[in-house]
Design a binder for this molecule. Structure first.
Ligand code: NAD
Length: 507
Protein backbone atom coordinates (compact mmCIF):
# COMPACT_ATOMS: atom_id res chain seq x y z
CA UNK A 1 0.00 0.00 0.00
CA UNK A 2 1.25 3.52 -0.77
CA UNK A 3 1.95 5.79 2.17
CA UNK A 4 -1.04 7.29 3.90
CA UNK A 5 0.40 10.81 3.61
CA UNK A 6 0.95 10.53 -0.15
CA UNK A 7 -2.51 9.09 -0.75
CA UNK A 8 -4.07 11.80 1.45
CA UNK A 9 -2.37 14.55 -0.55
CA UNK A 10 -3.42 13.00 -3.86
CA UNK A 11 -7.04 12.78 -2.76
CA UNK A 12 -7.10 16.32 -1.39
CA UNK A 13 -5.69 17.78 -4.59
CA UNK A 14 -8.13 15.78 -6.71
CA UNK A 15 -10.97 17.14 -4.57
CA UNK A 16 -9.87 20.68 -5.33
CA UNK A 17 -7.96 21.63 -2.16
CA UNK A 18 -5.11 24.03 -3.00
CA UNK A 19 -1.64 22.53 -2.32
CA UNK A 20 -0.48 25.62 -0.41
CA UNK A 21 -3.16 24.94 2.24
CA UNK A 22 -1.44 21.68 3.17
CA UNK A 23 2.06 22.72 4.15
CA UNK A 24 3.96 25.12 6.39
CA UNK A 25 1.28 25.48 9.07
CA UNK A 26 1.14 24.98 12.82
CA UNK A 27 -1.49 22.20 12.98
CA UNK A 28 -0.16 18.71 12.22
CA UNK A 29 -2.92 16.59 10.69
CA UNK A 30 -2.37 12.90 11.37
CA UNK A 31 -3.84 9.66 10.14
CA UNK A 32 -4.71 7.19 12.90
CA UNK A 33 -3.95 4.37 10.43
CA UNK A 34 -0.18 4.84 10.92
CA UNK A 35 0.04 7.91 13.15
CA UNK A 36 2.01 9.73 10.46
CA UNK A 37 1.65 13.44 9.78
CA UNK A 38 -0.32 13.93 6.57
CA UNK A 39 -0.33 17.74 6.32
CA UNK A 40 0.63 20.87 8.26
CA UNK A 41 -2.18 23.37 8.15
CA UNK A 42 -2.23 27.02 9.06
CA UNK A 43 -4.87 27.56 11.71
CA UNK A 44 -7.37 30.39 11.70
CA UNK A 45 -7.32 32.79 14.62
CA UNK A 46 -10.15 34.46 16.46
CA UNK A 47 -9.93 37.46 14.13
CA UNK A 48 -10.58 35.10 11.20
CA UNK A 49 -13.68 33.82 13.00
CA UNK A 50 -14.92 37.39 13.42
CA UNK A 51 -14.23 38.08 9.75
CA UNK A 52 -16.13 34.93 8.75
CA UNK A 53 -19.09 36.03 10.88
CA UNK A 54 -19.07 39.42 9.16
CA UNK A 55 -19.01 37.82 5.70
CA UNK A 56 -21.74 35.38 6.68
CA UNK A 57 -23.88 38.27 7.92
CA UNK A 58 -23.51 39.99 4.55
CA UNK A 59 -24.26 36.73 2.75
CA UNK A 60 -27.39 36.30 4.88
CA UNK A 61 -28.78 39.64 3.68
CA UNK A 62 -28.77 38.26 0.13
CA UNK A 63 -29.45 34.57 0.72
CA UNK A 64 -32.55 35.03 2.91
CA UNK A 65 -34.39 36.58 -0.05
CA UNK A 66 -33.50 33.84 -2.54
CA UNK A 67 -36.70 31.74 -2.79
CA UNK A 68 -36.39 28.55 -0.74
CA UNK A 69 -36.85 26.16 -3.71
CA UNK A 70 -33.98 28.01 -5.43
CA UNK A 71 -31.90 27.51 -2.29
CA UNK A 72 -32.85 23.86 -2.62
CA UNK A 73 -31.24 23.86 -6.06
CA UNK A 74 -27.90 24.62 -4.37
CA UNK A 75 -28.44 21.61 -2.09
CA UNK A 76 -29.16 19.52 -5.20
CA UNK A 77 -25.95 20.68 -6.87
CA UNK A 78 -23.95 19.96 -3.72
CA UNK A 79 -25.47 16.47 -3.60
CA UNK A 80 -24.41 16.00 -7.24
CA UNK A 81 -20.79 16.96 -6.37
CA UNK A 82 -20.85 14.50 -3.48
CA UNK A 83 -22.22 11.73 -5.71
CA UNK A 84 -19.51 12.38 -8.28
CA UNK A 85 -16.76 12.30 -5.62
CA UNK A 86 -18.16 9.77 -3.17
CA UNK A 87 -15.31 7.28 -3.61
CA UNK A 88 -12.59 9.86 -3.06
CA UNK A 89 -14.15 11.69 -0.16
CA UNK A 90 -15.14 8.38 1.45
CA UNK A 91 -11.58 7.14 1.19
CA UNK A 92 -10.32 10.39 2.67
CA UNK A 93 -12.66 9.89 5.64
CA UNK A 94 -11.08 6.45 6.08
CA UNK A 95 -7.57 7.89 5.92
CA UNK A 96 -8.26 10.71 8.34
CA UNK A 97 -10.71 9.17 10.83
CA UNK A 98 -9.61 5.53 10.50
CA UNK A 99 -13.06 4.11 9.67
CA UNK A 100 -13.25 1.01 7.50
CA UNK A 101 -13.91 1.85 3.88
CA UNK A 102 -17.60 0.92 3.80
CA UNK A 103 -18.15 3.28 6.72
CA UNK A 104 -16.13 6.04 5.05
CA UNK A 105 -18.32 5.67 1.97
CA UNK A 106 -21.41 5.40 4.17
CA UNK A 107 -20.57 8.73 5.74
CA UNK A 108 -20.54 10.40 2.31
CA UNK A 109 -23.78 8.60 1.42
CA UNK A 110 -25.29 10.20 4.52
CA UNK A 111 -24.25 13.61 3.18
CA UNK A 112 -25.90 12.81 -0.15
CA UNK A 113 -29.06 11.62 1.62
CA UNK A 114 -29.37 14.83 3.63
CA UNK A 115 -28.88 16.90 0.47
CA UNK A 116 -31.74 14.98 -1.18
CA UNK A 117 -33.85 15.51 1.93
CA UNK A 118 -33.02 19.23 1.92
CA UNK A 119 -34.07 19.58 -1.73
CA UNK A 120 -37.55 18.26 -0.90
CA UNK A 121 -37.65 20.26 2.31
CA UNK A 122 -36.97 23.47 0.39
CA UNK A 123 -40.57 23.27 -0.90
CA UNK A 124 -42.05 22.31 2.46
CA UNK A 125 -40.98 24.97 4.95
CA UNK A 126 -44.58 25.58 5.81
CA UNK A 127 -46.38 26.93 8.83
CA UNK A 128 -49.98 26.77 9.98
CA UNK A 129 -53.13 28.76 9.43
CA UNK A 130 -54.74 29.04 12.86
CA UNK A 131 -58.39 29.65 13.73
CA UNK A 132 -58.82 33.13 15.16
CA UNK A 133 -61.47 34.25 17.64
CA UNK A 134 -61.96 37.59 15.87
CA UNK A 135 -64.19 38.10 12.80
CA UNK A 136 -62.54 39.13 9.52
CA UNK A 137 -59.13 38.13 10.79
CA UNK A 138 -56.62 35.60 9.64
CA UNK A 139 -53.87 34.21 11.86
CA UNK A 140 -50.94 32.29 10.50
CA UNK A 141 -47.52 31.11 11.40
CA UNK A 142 -44.65 31.80 9.02
CA UNK A 143 -41.05 30.60 9.11
CA UNK A 144 -38.19 32.94 8.26
CA UNK A 145 -34.44 32.42 7.84
CA UNK A 146 -32.70 32.79 11.21
CA UNK A 147 -29.21 34.09 10.39
CA UNK A 148 -25.67 32.70 10.17
CA UNK A 149 -25.24 29.35 11.93
CA UNK A 150 -22.06 28.19 13.68
CA UNK A 151 -21.32 24.47 13.43
CA UNK A 152 -18.77 22.82 15.73
CA UNK A 153 -18.18 19.16 14.90
CA UNK A 154 -16.43 16.11 16.36
CA UNK A 155 -13.75 13.88 14.83
CA UNK A 156 -15.80 10.73 14.56
CA UNK A 157 -18.21 11.93 11.86
CA UNK A 158 -15.87 14.45 10.35
CA UNK A 159 -18.08 15.52 7.44
CA UNK A 160 -21.59 14.03 7.84
CA UNK A 161 -22.52 16.05 10.93
CA UNK A 162 -21.60 19.27 9.15
CA UNK A 163 -23.66 18.21 6.13
CA UNK A 164 -26.68 17.45 8.34
CA UNK A 165 -26.49 21.00 9.61
CA UNK A 166 -25.34 22.76 6.47
CA UNK A 167 -27.85 21.25 4.02
CA UNK A 168 -30.77 22.18 6.26
CA UNK A 169 -29.39 25.58 7.26
CA UNK A 170 -28.79 26.55 3.63
CA UNK A 171 -32.29 25.69 2.41
CA UNK A 172 -33.66 27.48 5.47
CA UNK A 173 -31.80 30.60 4.27
CA UNK A 174 -28.86 30.58 6.72
CA UNK A 175 -25.13 30.78 5.88
CA UNK A 176 -22.87 28.38 7.81
CA UNK A 177 -19.53 28.79 9.56
CA UNK A 178 -17.96 25.45 10.34
CA UNK A 179 -15.28 24.62 12.85
CA UNK A 180 -14.44 20.96 12.32
CA UNK A 181 -12.50 18.92 14.86
CA UNK A 182 -8.80 19.77 14.93
CA UNK A 183 -8.27 16.00 14.65
CA UNK A 184 -9.97 15.85 11.23
CA UNK A 185 -9.41 19.14 9.40
CA UNK A 186 -8.56 17.66 5.99
CA UNK A 187 -11.92 16.09 5.19
CA UNK A 188 -13.43 19.46 6.12
CA UNK A 189 -11.28 21.26 3.56
CA UNK A 190 -12.30 18.70 0.95
CA UNK A 191 -16.03 18.98 1.76
CA UNK A 192 -15.81 22.78 1.69
CA UNK A 193 -14.06 22.60 -1.68
CA UNK A 194 -16.88 20.45 -3.11
CA UNK A 195 -19.41 22.90 -1.70
CA UNK A 196 -17.61 25.78 -3.45
CA UNK A 197 -17.85 23.89 -6.74
CA UNK A 198 -21.60 23.50 -6.20
CA UNK A 199 -21.89 27.23 -5.43
CA UNK A 200 -19.97 28.02 -8.65
CA UNK A 201 -22.36 25.78 -10.63
CA UNK A 202 -25.29 27.59 -9.00
CA UNK A 203 -23.85 30.96 -10.06
CA UNK A 204 -23.30 29.62 -13.57
CA UNK A 205 -27.07 29.01 -13.74
CA UNK A 206 -27.59 32.67 -12.85
CA UNK A 207 -28.22 31.95 -9.16
CA UNK A 208 -27.16 34.31 -6.45
CA UNK A 209 -24.86 32.40 -4.07
CA UNK A 210 -22.94 35.08 -2.16
CA UNK A 211 -19.40 34.60 -0.89
CA UNK A 212 -19.41 33.62 2.74
CA UNK A 213 -22.35 31.24 2.41
CA UNK A 214 -20.17 28.47 3.81
CA UNK A 215 -16.81 28.93 5.55
CA UNK A 216 -14.58 26.31 7.15
CA UNK A 217 -12.28 27.56 9.92
CA UNK A 218 -9.37 25.40 10.97
CA UNK A 219 -8.40 25.35 14.65
CA UNK A 220 -9.21 24.15 18.12
CA UNK A 221 -11.22 25.06 21.14
CA UNK A 222 -10.53 28.82 21.04
CA UNK A 223 -12.20 29.05 17.64
CA UNK A 224 -15.19 27.09 18.92
CA UNK A 225 -15.46 29.50 21.82
CA UNK A 226 -15.29 32.45 19.44
CA UNK A 227 -18.28 31.05 17.51
CA UNK A 228 -20.18 30.41 20.74
CA UNK A 229 -19.62 34.03 21.81
CA UNK A 230 -20.25 35.80 18.49
CA UNK A 231 -23.46 37.86 18.66
CA UNK A 232 -23.87 37.59 14.87
CA UNK A 233 -24.61 33.85 15.14
CA UNK A 234 -28.14 33.28 16.50
CA UNK A 235 -27.65 29.50 16.46
CA UNK A 236 -24.63 27.35 17.20
CA UNK A 237 -24.89 23.63 16.58
CA UNK A 238 -22.20 21.84 18.60
CA UNK A 239 -21.44 18.13 18.39
CA UNK A 240 -18.91 16.55 20.72
CA UNK A 241 -18.34 15.52 24.31
CA UNK A 242 -20.59 16.47 27.19
CA UNK A 243 -17.59 18.35 28.62
CA UNK A 244 -17.59 20.55 25.52
CA UNK A 245 -21.36 21.11 25.76
CA UNK A 246 -20.99 22.14 29.37
CA UNK A 247 -18.71 24.96 28.20
CA UNK A 248 -20.60 25.95 25.07
CA UNK A 249 -24.14 25.80 26.51
CA UNK A 250 -23.69 28.55 29.15
CA UNK A 251 -21.82 30.77 26.67
CA UNK A 252 -24.81 30.60 24.33
CA UNK A 253 -27.28 31.11 27.16
CA UNK A 254 -25.41 34.21 28.29
CA UNK A 255 -26.20 35.93 24.99
CA UNK A 256 -29.64 34.25 24.58
CA UNK A 257 -28.52 32.41 21.45
CA UNK A 258 -29.93 29.06 20.46
CA UNK A 259 -27.83 25.96 21.00
CA UNK A 260 -28.29 22.70 19.18
CA UNK A 261 -26.24 20.37 21.36
CA UNK A 262 -25.41 16.84 20.23
CA UNK A 263 -23.23 15.42 23.00
CA UNK A 264 -22.05 12.13 24.45
CA UNK A 265 -24.02 8.92 24.81
CA UNK A 266 -23.87 5.83 26.99
CA UNK A 267 -26.11 3.63 24.94
CA UNK A 268 -27.65 0.36 26.06
CA UNK A 269 -29.53 -2.63 24.72
CA UNK A 270 -31.77 -5.03 26.61
CA UNK A 271 -31.84 -8.63 25.38
CA UNK A 272 -34.85 -10.69 26.44
CA UNK A 273 -35.15 -14.47 26.43
CA UNK A 274 -37.43 -14.50 23.36
CA UNK A 275 -34.91 -12.60 21.20
CA UNK A 276 -33.68 -13.99 17.89
CA UNK A 277 -30.11 -14.65 18.98
CA UNK A 278 -28.61 -14.80 15.48
CA UNK A 279 -29.93 -11.35 14.73
CA UNK A 280 -29.01 -10.08 18.19
CA UNK A 281 -25.40 -11.20 17.93
CA UNK A 282 -24.98 -9.50 14.55
CA UNK A 283 -26.65 -6.31 15.75
CA UNK A 284 -24.64 -6.17 18.97
CA UNK A 285 -21.38 -6.88 17.14
CA UNK A 286 -21.87 -3.98 14.72
CA UNK A 287 -23.20 -1.58 17.34
CA UNK A 288 -20.45 -2.30 19.88
CA UNK A 289 -17.41 -2.87 17.66
CA UNK A 290 -18.19 -0.87 14.49
CA UNK A 291 -16.15 2.32 14.03
CA UNK A 292 -13.92 0.85 16.78
CA UNK A 293 -16.49 1.93 19.36
CA UNK A 294 -16.14 5.57 18.35
CA UNK A 295 -19.73 6.44 17.46
CA UNK A 296 -21.85 8.60 19.72
CA UNK A 297 -24.45 5.82 19.39
CA UNK A 298 -22.01 2.94 20.02
CA UNK A 299 -23.51 0.21 22.20
CA UNK A 300 -21.73 0.35 25.55
CA UNK A 301 -24.01 -1.51 27.98
CA UNK A 302 -25.81 -4.81 27.37
CA UNK A 303 -28.48 -6.09 29.78
CA UNK A 304 -29.10 -9.79 29.17
CA UNK A 305 -31.94 -11.81 30.69
CA UNK A 306 -30.65 -14.65 32.93
CA UNK A 307 -32.02 -17.54 30.85
CA UNK A 308 -29.98 -16.62 27.76
CA UNK A 309 -26.99 -15.02 29.45
CA UNK A 310 -24.61 -18.00 29.01
CA UNK A 311 -25.50 -18.89 25.40
CA UNK A 312 -25.52 -15.26 24.26
CA UNK A 313 -22.21 -14.51 25.92
CA UNK A 314 -20.69 -17.59 24.38
CA UNK A 315 -21.80 -16.49 20.91
CA UNK A 316 -20.66 -12.94 21.49
CA UNK A 317 -17.21 -14.15 22.54
CA UNK A 318 -16.96 -16.11 19.32
CA UNK A 319 -18.08 -13.09 17.29
CA UNK A 320 -15.54 -10.89 19.08
CA UNK A 321 -12.75 -13.41 18.47
CA UNK A 322 -13.61 -13.63 14.77
CA UNK A 323 -13.41 -9.91 14.04
CA UNK A 324 -10.35 -8.72 12.13
CA UNK A 325 -8.64 -5.65 13.57
CA UNK A 326 -6.30 -3.85 11.20
CA UNK A 327 -5.69 -1.31 8.47
CA UNK A 328 -9.20 -0.01 7.66
CA UNK A 329 -8.34 0.12 3.95
CA UNK A 330 -7.87 -3.64 3.79
CA UNK A 331 -10.59 -6.08 2.69
CA UNK A 332 -12.12 -8.04 5.53
CA UNK A 333 -11.07 -5.63 8.28
CA UNK A 334 -14.02 -4.61 10.45
CA UNK A 335 -12.25 -2.68 13.22
CA UNK A 336 -9.78 0.07 12.44
CA UNK A 337 -7.66 2.16 14.81
CA UNK A 338 -8.58 4.41 17.71
CA UNK A 339 -8.16 8.05 16.86
CA UNK A 340 -5.06 8.66 19.04
CA UNK A 341 -2.99 7.75 22.09
CA UNK A 342 -5.35 9.55 24.47
CA UNK A 343 -8.25 7.35 23.30
CA UNK A 344 -6.16 4.24 23.92
CA UNK A 345 -5.12 5.42 27.38
CA UNK A 346 -8.76 6.14 28.30
CA UNK A 347 -9.66 2.58 27.24
CA UNK A 348 -6.87 1.07 29.35
CA UNK A 349 -7.96 3.13 32.36
CA UNK A 350 -11.61 2.07 32.05
CA UNK A 351 -10.68 -1.61 31.74
CA UNK A 352 -8.35 -1.37 34.76
CA UNK A 353 -11.16 0.17 36.80
CA UNK A 354 -13.55 -2.58 35.70
CA UNK A 355 -11.03 -5.29 36.64
CA UNK A 356 -10.57 -3.66 40.03
CA UNK A 357 -14.34 -4.04 40.50
CA UNK A 358 -14.06 -7.78 39.84
CA UNK A 359 -15.09 -7.72 36.18
CA UNK A 360 -13.96 -10.40 33.72
CA UNK A 361 -12.48 -8.82 30.59
CA UNK A 362 -12.19 -10.63 27.27
CA UNK A 363 -10.16 -8.77 24.63
CA UNK A 364 -9.06 -5.18 25.05
CA UNK A 365 -5.39 -5.81 24.19
CA UNK A 366 -3.42 -3.52 21.95
CA UNK A 367 -2.80 -4.96 18.48
CA UNK A 368 0.40 -4.18 16.59
CA UNK A 369 -0.56 -3.12 13.05
CA UNK A 370 1.48 -0.11 11.97
CA UNK A 371 4.03 0.84 14.59
CA UNK A 372 3.99 2.67 17.93
CA UNK A 373 2.11 5.78 16.78
CA UNK A 374 -0.98 3.83 15.67
CA UNK A 375 -3.43 2.57 18.31
CA UNK A 376 -5.29 -0.58 17.38
CA UNK A 377 -7.12 -2.64 20.01
CA UNK A 378 -9.15 -5.79 20.20
CA UNK A 379 -12.69 -4.83 21.22
CA UNK A 380 -13.37 -5.71 24.86
CA UNK A 381 -16.29 -7.65 26.36
CA UNK A 382 -16.57 -6.93 30.06
CA UNK A 383 -18.72 -9.16 32.28
CA UNK A 384 -19.51 -7.03 35.28
CA UNK A 385 -22.01 -7.23 38.13
CA UNK A 386 -22.24 -3.68 39.38
CA UNK A 387 -23.81 -0.94 37.32
CA UNK A 388 -21.23 1.52 38.60
CA UNK A 389 -17.79 3.03 37.99
CA UNK A 390 -16.70 3.04 34.33
CA UNK A 391 -20.08 1.59 33.26
CA UNK A 392 -21.65 4.97 33.99
CA UNK A 393 -19.35 7.01 31.76
CA UNK A 394 -18.75 7.17 28.04
CA UNK A 395 -15.29 5.84 27.18
CA UNK A 396 -14.90 6.48 23.47
CA UNK A 397 -13.51 3.03 22.62
CA UNK A 398 -14.87 -0.47 21.90
CA UNK A 399 -15.80 -1.62 25.42
CA UNK A 400 -19.07 -3.49 25.95
CA UNK A 401 -20.17 -3.98 29.56
CA UNK A 402 -22.44 -7.01 29.92
CA UNK A 403 -24.81 -7.29 32.89
CA UNK A 404 -27.52 -9.76 33.88
CA UNK A 405 -31.13 -8.99 34.59
CA UNK A 406 -34.39 -10.87 35.08
CA UNK A 407 -37.28 -8.38 35.15
CA UNK A 408 -37.66 -6.09 32.16
CA UNK A 409 -38.61 -3.20 34.45
CA UNK A 410 -35.26 -3.58 36.24
CA UNK A 411 -33.33 -3.57 32.96
CA UNK A 412 -35.17 -0.43 31.81
CA UNK A 413 -34.46 1.27 35.14
CA UNK A 414 -30.74 0.49 34.81
CA UNK A 415 -30.58 1.49 31.16
CA UNK A 416 -32.06 4.87 32.15
CA UNK A 417 -29.80 5.24 35.20
CA UNK A 418 -27.01 7.14 33.45
CA UNK A 419 -26.63 10.84 32.85
CA UNK A 420 -26.73 10.52 29.04
CA UNK A 421 -29.85 9.78 26.96
CA UNK A 422 -28.92 9.24 23.33
CA UNK A 423 -29.76 5.80 21.95
CA UNK A 424 -31.16 2.47 23.11
CA UNK A 425 -32.57 -0.84 21.89
CA UNK A 426 -34.47 -3.92 22.94
CA UNK A 427 -34.18 -7.37 21.39
CA UNK A 428 -37.34 -9.37 21.90
CA UNK A 429 -40.06 -11.27 20.03
CA UNK A 430 -42.62 -10.27 22.67
CA UNK A 431 -44.85 -7.44 21.52
CA UNK A 432 -45.68 -6.37 25.07
CA UNK A 433 -42.03 -6.05 25.99
CA UNK A 434 -41.24 -4.10 22.84
CA UNK A 435 -44.11 -1.69 23.38
CA UNK A 436 -43.29 -1.19 27.06
CA UNK A 437 -39.71 -0.34 26.09
CA UNK A 438 -40.98 2.27 23.61
CA UNK A 439 -43.58 3.68 26.00
CA UNK A 440 -43.33 6.60 28.40
CA UNK A 441 -42.29 4.07 31.08
CA UNK A 442 -39.58 2.68 28.81
CA UNK A 443 -36.36 4.04 27.41
CA UNK A 444 -35.71 7.71 28.21
CA UNK A 445 -33.48 8.19 25.15
CA UNK A 446 -33.96 10.26 21.99
CA UNK A 447 -33.62 7.06 19.99
CA UNK A 448 -35.23 3.75 21.00
CA UNK A 449 -35.19 0.75 18.66
CA UNK A 450 -36.63 -2.76 18.54
CA UNK A 451 -34.54 -5.61 17.13
CA UNK A 452 -32.02 -3.12 15.72
CA UNK A 453 -28.90 -1.96 17.53
CA UNK A 454 -28.67 1.60 18.82
CA UNK A 455 -26.22 2.82 16.17
CA UNK A 456 -26.53 3.49 12.44
CA UNK A 457 -29.45 5.92 12.22
CA UNK A 458 -31.03 7.01 8.93
CA UNK A 459 -31.28 10.71 8.16
CA UNK A 460 -35.10 10.71 7.82
CA UNK A 461 -35.67 10.72 11.58
CA UNK A 462 -34.73 13.47 14.02
CA UNK A 463 -31.37 12.59 15.57
CA UNK A 464 -30.31 13.46 19.11
CA UNK A 465 -30.79 12.67 22.76
CA UNK A 466 -31.93 13.78 26.17
CA UNK A 467 -30.26 14.69 29.48
CA UNK A 468 -26.51 15.28 29.15
CA UNK A 469 -26.69 14.37 25.46
CA UNK A 470 -27.91 17.93 25.13
CA UNK A 471 -31.49 17.75 23.83
CA UNK A 472 -30.71 18.85 20.25
CA UNK A 473 -32.32 17.26 17.20
CA UNK A 474 -30.71 17.23 13.77
CA UNK A 475 -31.34 15.78 10.32
CA UNK A 476 -34.87 14.62 9.44
CA UNK A 477 -38.45 15.06 10.64
CA UNK A 478 -39.00 18.69 11.71
CA UNK A 479 -35.41 19.37 12.85
CA UNK A 480 -35.32 22.16 10.26
CA UNK A 481 -37.29 24.38 12.61
CA UNK A 482 -34.16 24.96 14.71
CA UNK A 483 -32.67 26.83 11.73
CA UNK A 484 -35.59 29.22 11.27
CA UNK A 485 -37.47 31.76 13.31
CA UNK A 486 -41.22 31.55 13.69
CA UNK A 487 -43.48 34.55 13.32
CA UNK A 488 -47.16 34.59 14.24
CA UNK A 489 -48.95 36.97 11.87
CA UNK A 490 -52.48 38.24 12.36
CA UNK A 491 -54.21 40.09 9.52
CA UNK A 492 -57.37 42.13 9.97
CA UNK A 493 -59.29 42.36 6.69
CA UNK A 494 -62.37 44.02 8.22
CA UNK A 495 -63.01 47.63 9.21
CA UNK A 496 -63.67 47.03 12.92
CA UNK A 497 -60.93 46.52 15.49
CA UNK A 498 -62.13 43.79 17.84
CA UNK A 499 -59.63 43.11 20.63
CA UNK A 500 -58.79 39.59 21.74
CA UNK A 501 -60.37 38.20 24.94
CA UNK A 502 -63.18 40.78 24.62
CA UNK A 503 -60.99 43.59 25.95
CA UNK A 504 -62.46 47.06 25.36
CA UNK A 505 -60.47 50.20 24.69
CA UNK A 506 -63.10 52.67 23.46
CA UNK A 507 -61.72 56.09 22.61
P1 NAD B 1 -14.68 16.98 21.70
O1 NAD B 1 -15.71 17.46 22.65
O2 NAD B 1 -13.30 16.79 22.19
O3 NAD B 1 -14.58 18.01 20.45
C1 NAD B 1 -15.69 18.28 19.63
C2 NAD B 1 -15.53 19.65 19.00
O4 NAD B 1 -15.69 20.65 20.02
C3 NAD B 1 -14.17 19.90 18.39
O5 NAD B 1 -14.35 20.64 17.19
C4 NAD B 1 -13.45 20.74 19.44
O6 NAD B 1 -12.45 21.57 18.93
C5 NAD B 1 -14.60 21.56 19.98
N1 NAD B 1 -14.44 22.05 21.36
C6 NAD B 1 -13.88 21.42 22.41
N2 NAD B 1 -13.99 22.17 23.52
C7 NAD B 1 -14.65 23.30 23.17
C8 NAD B 1 -15.07 24.48 23.87
N3 NAD B 1 -14.84 24.63 25.17
N4 NAD B 1 -15.71 25.44 23.19
C9 NAD B 1 -15.99 25.30 21.87
N5 NAD B 1 -15.60 24.22 21.14
C10 NAD B 1 -14.94 23.23 21.79
O7 NAD B 1 -15.25 15.61 21.07
P2 NAD B 1 -14.52 14.57 20.11
O8 NAD B 1 -13.52 13.79 20.87
O9 NAD B 1 -14.12 15.21 18.82
O10 NAD B 1 -15.77 13.62 19.73
C11 NAD B 1 -16.24 12.59 20.55
C12 NAD B 1 -17.44 13.01 21.36
O11 NAD B 1 -18.46 13.55 20.52
C13 NAD B 1 -18.09 11.85 22.08
O12 NAD B 1 -18.48 12.26 23.37
C14 NAD B 1 -19.31 11.55 21.23
O13 NAD B 1 -20.35 10.88 21.90
C15 NAD B 1 -19.70 12.91 20.80
N6 NAD B 1 -20.52 12.90 19.59
C16 NAD B 1 -21.85 13.13 19.72
C17 NAD B 1 -22.67 13.07 18.61
C18 NAD B 1 -24.15 13.29 18.72
O14 NAD B 1 -24.78 13.49 17.69
N7 NAD B 1 -24.74 13.27 19.90
C19 NAD B 1 -22.12 12.80 17.34
C20 NAD B 1 -20.75 12.58 17.24
C21 NAD B 1 -19.95 12.64 18.39
Amino acid sequence: MISVAAETTDLLLSLGVAPERLTGGDLAARSPITGEVTARLRTDDVAAAAHAAERATEAFRVWRSVPAPRRGELARLFGAELRAHKERLGRLVTLEAGKVLSEGLGEVQEMIDICDFAVGLSRQLHGLTIATERPDHRMMETWKPLGPVGVISAFNFPVAVWAWNAALALVCGDPVIWKPSEKTPLTALAAQSLFERAAAAFRAQGGEAPEGLSTALIGGRALGEALADDPRLPLVSATGSTAMGREVGPRLARRFARGLLELGGNNAAVVRASADLDLTVRAVAFAAMGTAGQRCTTLRRLFVQDAIYAPLLDRLKRAYASVTVGDPRADGVLVGPLIDAAAYEAMVRALDQARAMGARVTGGERVEVAGPEAFYVRPALVEIEAHAGPVLTETFAPILYVLRHERLEDAIALQNAVSQGLSSAIFTADLREAELFLSERGSDCGIANVNIGPSGAEIGGAFGGEKETGGGREAGSDSWRAYMRRATNTVNYGSALPLAQGVRFDL
